[in-house]
Design a protein around this ligand. Structure first.
Ligand code: G6P
Length: 467
């Protein structure tokens, strides 16, 4: 019902829905945010503002480009400013704060270089985004603006200053930590982040846990009660897209390969190579499992399909090294002629990931913290083996799927090893019941519901007496 009204929306996110290669060819972007927002394009009148991140894209920046069912406005940034914004402030600093990843005895160091990156990088890029939004609002004065994620915390206030009556909404796709953890950042910076966000009319979070933390930290820092501006709306997927993908030729080809090589049992993980995903501990847990269950040697494999991510950020490059070392160590300890316990593939190969979704007996999602984790929703939809989901209690998805998954604490490798064992040995009726329950939940609460909740909140703003 809500989705039938066609609204004018200006979507603003760092990463756009498509990626333009050097040769000018256009490809779909990966990542949950871009995928989820794509279905918005079918039903709403959208102009999408995003960063130009390649030479091909920089050549197209500035103008509004008419795409098949939306308009694309790419913003080209000064390369130095973008480097500070993306590689110093957004990832790692804000990402590490929001996923509680800093080792506080040693990191982070908020030095003069960071302050400069904040001012001349993060703030400058946010100003460029705000200018692009204001230009689009000139063209479409009634359009509502829909900001996304931790890259853009300052832009809403800048837009609000020039356009006090604009309708602004922001969705935070990452966890919101408790107020004390924000103390990692100097007061002026953490206040600017909170002030920027509360300049929106509506601020969305995936779970009640992250929303509540935001309300606490805004109250502590600014003394404001922002409860009525916040909504909880768990992001989801388009089940029909996965039904179709699962039967597509590239996925069937990848699946044939996996089936030809797989042992009796397969433990699968699909992630970006991000420290928040807890990949290194996952291998450690598998090692403990193998040590405890020699009867499973040669009969089980962990298949880790990892998309290399943010490799210009040293913390991420180091983490990728740690992943490779740990997989190697576990393999060196257990491997035998004709059996490699851990198969590690570091590549962006979406068809192979979807094929692995169909083939897992256990899906390991042991994130340290995760805003949602869409793999936990996508993979069960098309799994063919009554596979079991082992799920971190700190993934947003746990709030919805926890009853049907095997819950693990992300730091408890012994517990994760036990959960792998339990997942591989549960009787089939029980596995079937759990998998069907997850599927039914995801089908009933799909990505359109996520969008509808926010559009309904937007409509409430438009009809209340704020102006
Ligand atoms: C997460 C973030 C998104 C981001 C995606 C991929 O899902 O919430 O904002 O786009 O990761 O990361 P990248 O840095 O490649 O855009």
């Amino acid at each position: 019902m809500v989705a039938q009204v066609r609204r004018k929306l200006i979507v603003v996110s760092n990463r756009g829905p498509v990626r333009v290669a050097r040769d000018g060819s256009v490809h779909r972007s990966s990542g949950g945010l871009a995928t989820a927002l794509r279905s918005l394009l079918q039903h709403q009148d959208v102009t999408w503002i995003a960063s130009a991140t390649s030479d091909g894209e920089r050549a197209l920046a500035g103008d509004t480009l008419q795409q098949e069912n939306y308009r694309l406005h790419l913003v080209a940034h000064d390369p130095q400013a973008y480097d500070w914004y993306y590689n110093v402030v957004a990832n790692p600093m804000l990402w590490f704060v929001q996923h509680s990843l800093w080792e506080l005895a040693y990191t982070p160091k908020v030095d003069a270089a960071f302050h400069r990156a904040w001012r001349d990088g993060y703030a400058a890029v946010n100003e460029a985004f705000a200018r692009a939004v204001l230009a689009e609002l000139e063209r479409e004065p009634d359009a509502a603006v829909f900001f996304h994620d931790y890259h853009l915390y300052l832009a809403p206030k800048l837009v609000r200053n020039s356009r006090p009556d604009a309708t602004l909404m922001h969705f935070v796709h990452v966890p919101w930590p408790q107020p004390d953890y924000w103390g990692v950042l100097p007061r002026a910076i953490r206040c600017a982040i909170h002030e920027g966000l509360i300049a929106n009319d509506v601020i969305g979070f995936h779970t009640e846990r992250w929303r509540r933390n935001f309300v606490y930290s805004a109250r502590e820092l600014l003394g404001d009660d922002v409860t009525r501006k916040t909504v909880t709306a768990p992001i989801s997927v388009d089940p029909a897209e996965f039904d179709e993908l699962g039967e597509s030729e590239p996925v069937l080809a990848a699946e044939r390969e996996i089936v030809a090589q797989r042992p009796e049992k397969l433990v699968v993980r699909v992630d970006r190579t991000d420290p928040s995903k807890n990949i290194v501990r996952g291998f450690g847990a598998f090692e403990i499992y193998l040590a405890a269950h020699p009867e499973m040697h040669r009969r089980v494999r962990m298949l880790a399909l990892l998309d290399p991510s943010r490799q210009d950020v040293p913390e991420y490059a180091e983490y990728l090294g740690a992943i490779e070392r740990e997989a190697r160590r576990v393999n060196d300890r257990f491997q035998q002629q004709g059996w490699t316990p851990v198969e590690l593939r570091i590549e962006d190969d979406f068809p192979r990931s979807v094929a692995a979704y169909k083939q897992f007996d256990v899906l390991l999602v042991n994130a340290i913290f995760d805003g949602m984790n869409l793999v936990a929703k996508e993979a069960p939809l098309i799994n063919t083996r009554d596979g079991v989901v082992v799920l971190s209690e700190n993934a947003g998805a746990h709030a919805e799927l926890g009853d049907w998954a095997l819950t693990v604490n992300p730091f408890d490798v012994a517990g994760q090893a036990e959960a792998i064992h339990e997942g591989l040995t549960l009787d089939q009726d029980e596995r079937h019941r759990r998998l069907e329950s997850i599927r039914a939940h995801v089908r009933a609460h799909d990505v359109n519901e996520w969008l509808d909740v926010q559009l309904a909140a937007l409509d409430r703003v438009a009809t209340t007496a704020r102006r």
